[in-house]
Design a binder for this molecule. Sequence first.
Ligand SMILES: [Zn+2]
Length: 480
Amino acid sequence: MTSILDLEPKIVWKHFDEIRKIPRCSKHEEKIREYIVNFAKQHNLEYQVDKAGNVVIRKPASQGMENKPMVVLQSHMDMVCEKNKDVEHDFSKDPIKVKIEGEWVTAEGTTLGADDGIGVATALAILEDKNLKHPPIEALFTVDEETGLTGAFALEKDFLKGRIMINLDSEDFGVIYVGCAGGGDSTLKLSIKRENIPTGMRVFEVSVTGLRGGHSGCDIHEQRGNAIKILARILWKVKKDMEIRIIDITGGDKHNAIPREAKAIVAVSDEDKFREIVESEARDILEEIKPVDPDMKVDIKGSKGEKALDVESTNKVIDLLYALPHGVLAMSYDIPDLVETSTNLAKIRVEGDKVTIVMSSRSSSKTELQATRDRIRAIATLAGAEVEEGSTYPGWKPNLQSKILAIAKEVFKDLFGKDPEIKAIHAGLETGVIGEKFPGMDMISIGPDVRNPHSPDEKVHIGSVEKFYKYVTKILEKIE
Ligand SMILES: [Zn+2]
């Protein structure tokens, strides 16, 4: 069986093979940093480490390229550590076991760490390779991209000299990424009053389950069902026709996940009618979302409770949930099929005398992001709820006039005989944070084909790694 050390370009795979042996889960980058710093020392390259643990290595230009602008090659040191339940693996010390499967390199039951190990390996190969024509290079290796972009957030303003940056962390060869979304959460707090459940009312639990959920950025364009919104629509229909009191309502979990499940315990005045309304509304909704969410289930079962929200509180909760936006709010004018602005109604809980609702909004436009959060605030105000806005992280607005983009497009066409695709993603990237920190930074993000990142099925396409190395090094050659 061939080893990955026999794959081309050997100079990239050699580093990838070393990197895979080094524990590097997010927030535990000490050992990989040591490897990178030792590499700089061995090759007599200038390097710096900042307080957060980010590393930059500088390589002088090749002969004749001294006057070209400096280029930052950026990758992140950490990886997502996930494994299958039946696999024994200690990410704090065991090397990742890799194997070649057809055209792909993958790991045995764990994440592979090609995200972003292959970017790190590519940068190290370029720093080492003596056969390249290139401008001055700054290779930036950040920490903890995966759990909050904390390395990028911690960068000091003088850590980078270059103002052109190639991020090596995207996952589709043949696509040049030119933008990402910024985001920010809003937490709504609605005060509620409780009373005894009026006599004659019966108590039930209504639950919405079986939805696909997914990432509130990358999957939002599919318009999958949001369990909380579906539950709200059903309860609103019930409220329109009969007496109802909420006893408890809960749904969703993480701010960046589309809620897959939600349930409410309610007291209602007319059991038969209640069942009829819930079932008929559930049928209508399933009919609407069947193409993406065919397994949605709405169930009713008997339940218990003593105190319920009073009429006014019940009405406010249902109206507020029904009125709050969820999903795609605007598409990009510049990039086809790109969601520019969205929001995720992510979570609801009843805690003490308050109902808490978490909304997570995203946009590649800073002003649209703020407008979305303002709109959420306006709706909350109508219901008499208070709003706390969490901090924002910046987006990266596509600049189709970018110089590095023009070079990357031309080089791609020269090398591979076709035009690359130009895309942006509706999620946060380090480029958003770095672009905000270093004004005027001209950026693109590229990478080889990586599939199923962050899961034990992660794999990297061998042929695309070879093409990717050719591509990045040729871009460097053409920098003006
Ligand atoms: Zn990554």
